[in-house]
Design a protein. Structure first.
Length: 661
């Protein structure tokens, strides 16, 4: 009997209440390469989730489930999906009494406005009322084909009826945290005897065979069966590939889990939930300006429209004039690259309300260009807008910041394209920012408390720019306060190094300027490094392997340093650097032969020793100059066990799965 997965994951099953719960799957073991913690890739703090709460992403169903957030029971949760700097989906709901909430699934909540087409490398975040948050990156592993193969020529007695699953994986997927699975309850009624067949598997199956490989961004898994009936039952099942970002020590969870189900339709909005991006119209064109163009014509200009993420591209624009006398519309269509159009054949002396829509198979909401009086006269030269008025200044929420507000400038026939806001110290610009054409306020930073500045708002347009008179204001000079303590969420030892990740501090009344991380040994000098204010992780180098260091992290600001960081669940306040190892292991039963190989980061005077899980020594090897090592033993007295441990004489160890043939 194969071992079942320790945790919840994979396909969703309906509960009596109509909401989803994760069903047990199979153990993700027997991988090609295993890395110790120090070999893991860098991730942003709280991404993957820190546990016990977890984020599960179903890319083809565009579904997200959060579970295990018992501490946030009854709170509002905001779930966002971002791609790069673009927010492509948002949903809101209340965490139930088990710490569970799901989006785009029966019993759950819907995405707002549009159901995002979630893809690999998209980021999913969840924010709660208490200010806590978590995040996960969608995995890139997908199944590309599922086929049968009866042309295999196995050795006598081997399974000859095959189901072959192929797929790809990309950025962010570690094959040591990837699982392929076929699920079909009907398989329990055959000689297979199981509802779910997974790869990798810790123990060799007896009623079917499974073999797989994953390398260079591609994977192939071959299931072999002893009858066509068993093959056909498996082929009728639901294949899926799962990948996850981390399994921290002490947390029974595949954190940052992504499931891609081969037979699911990509991109739907469930039931009454909003349509996916393919059904979304463009956003409105911006900065529409219309004017008389002479002798029965009107010309309009606009800035290009954007489309929601993954929606069809803009195919063109339509300029529309409403003939209020006849109760009908006059229009002209232009191409996708156009930013202007002219309507002709209108009645001189008549006013026409003007609007522009963007097209992509659907029409955007109309963007108004106002009402234009058609004239036989040619238009005059455009003039710059008037200055913004009623400029007011007040202190911002943080010391050294100022919020500037104003009444919008009059266009004077030329649309305002934006505003430039500046704080002047004499003839020097101390700080500046730009705001959009509809803005009425902006915040300036990096100013000096207690200093007087002149604040100027400049209206911008294609015909020129007009500055407001300077509004003088002296910033308050409060007592500066230090920020709150950051929270360390993960500490990863390395070879003479340590990686520390944290959740940010909260600024008091002055901005955070950076973070300082220090490692202090019991004897000797401390080692420090710093980051800027956006830092969420840092690497300490120059540490001594085998020496234990106490970690300290503070946020810095003009108001002083924060209190020392707290350390969350699973994050130790001490770290002991060590040699970093990788390994693969294979055992041949007919020869009692072990074949073990891997790499070490310490290459001078270093040996590695392998033992099985009973503690019996398999063998030792000297690490070569390139870091490689190999152990080969035939007629070994160390029996096969599913996991073995390799220990370095330079400190450090790794436990990996062993395959058997």
């Amino acid at each position: 009997m194969r071992k079942k997965l320790r945790i919840t994951r994979a396909a969703m099953a309906r509960s009596p209440e109509g909401r989803s719960r994760m069903r047990p799957g199979l153990i993700a073991g027997g991988t090609a390469v295993a890395l110790v913690a120090g070999g893991a890739s860098m991730v942003v703090a709280a991404n993957p989730p820190t546990g016990p709460g977890n984020i599960e992403i179903f890319t083809k169903r565009d579904m997200v489930a959060i579970e295990g957030y018992a501490a946030q029971t009854g709170q509002n949760a905001t779930i966002k999906v971002t791609r790069g700097d673009n927010l492509i989906g948002i949903a809101r709901g209340v965490v139930d009494d088990t710490g569970f909430l799901e989006v785009n699934h029966p019993g759950g909540v819907c995405w707002d406005v549009v159901t995002p087409n979630i893809q690999g490398t998209d980021e999913v975040t969840v924010e709660f009322d208490d200010g806590s948050s978590d995040g996960a990156i969608a995995g890139t592993a997908v199944i590309t084909s599922v086929e049968t193969n009866d042309e295999a020529t196995p050795e006598a007695g081997d399974a000859e009826h095959q189901v072959v699953i192929k797929g790809t994986y990309g950025e962010g997927v570690d094959t040591a945290r990837m699982q392929v699975e076929i699920v079909n309850p009907d398989m329990r009624d055959t000689n297979i005897g199981e509802r779910a067949l997974g790869w990798p598997t810790d123990e060799a199956p007896t009623t079917y065979t499974v073999d797989g490989s994953a390398d260079n961004g591609e994977f192939t898994v071959t299931y072999g069966f002893f009858s066509e009936e068993e093959r056909d039952t498996a082929f009728a099942g639901d294949p899926s590939v799962a990948s996850w970002q981390a399994e921290p020590v002490g947390i029974e969870a595949q954190l940052g889990l992504t499931i891609s189900e081969f037979k699911e339709i990509d991109g739907p909005g469930f039931g009454g939930c909003p349509a996916g991006p393919s059904g979304q119209a463009p956003n409105q064109p911006g900065n529409v300006f219309a004017s008389a163009a002479g002798n029965g014509s009107i010309k309009a200009t606009w800035s290009p429209a954007t489309v929601p993420a993954d929606a069809p591209a803009v195919t063109g624009y339509q300029l529309i004039a409403e003939d209020t006398e006849l109760g009908q519309e006059v229009s002209v269509k232009v191409g996708a690259e156009a930013t202007s159009a002219t309507l002709r054949g209108l009645v001189n002396g008549q006013a026409y309300p003007i609007k522009v829509v963007a097209l992509n198979g659907q029409s955007s909401a109309p963007a108004s260009g106002g009402s234009v009086m058609v004239s036989a006269d040619a238009p005059g030269e455009p003039t710059a807008p008037a200055a913004a008025t009623d400029v007011e200044v007040r202190d911002g929420e943080l010391a050294g910041t100022a919020t500037v507000s104003w009444t919008p400038a009059s266009a004077n026939g030329t649309p305002v394209t934006g505003y430039r806001v500046e704080a002047m110290s004499g003839d020097t610009v101390a700080d500046s920012t730009e705001a959009g054409p509809g803005a009425t306020s902006a915040t300036l930073e990096e100013l000096t408390p207690g200093t007087e500045y002149g604040f100027v708002v400049t209206a911008l347009s294609a015909a020129g720019e007009t500055a407001s008179p300077a509004a003088t204001y002296t910033l308050a000079a409060p007592v500066l306060e230090a920020p709150s303590a950051p929270n360390v969420v993960r500490v990863l030892p390395g070879n003479g190094s340590a990686t520390v990740e944290w959740q940010p501090s909260t600024a008091a009344n002055t901005p955070i300027t950076g973070y300082k991380l220090t490692a202090t040994p019991a004897a000797g000098d401390p080692v420090s490094t710093t980051t800027d204010a956006a830092g969420r992780s840092a690497v300490l180098t120059g540490l001594t392997n085998g020496t234990t260091y106490t970690l300290n992290l503070v946020a810095t600001s003009a108001g002083g340093d924060s209190p020392a960081a707290t350390f969350g669940s699973g994050a130790s306040s001490t770290v002991t650097p060590a040699d970093q190892l990788t390994a693969t292991a294979e055992y041949r039963s007919d020869r009692r032969e072990w074949r073990i190989g891997g790499s070490a980061s310490v290459t001078t005077g270093n040996t590695v020793t392998a033992k099985n899980s009973t503690g019996a020594t398999i063998g030792s090897a000297t690490v070569a100059a390139d870091g490689s090592w190999t152990i080969r033993t035939r007629n070994s007295g160390a029996a096969y066990t599913t996991r073995i441990t390799i220990t370095s004489s330079a400190g450090g160890s790794v436990t990996v799965a062993a395959t058997r043939r």
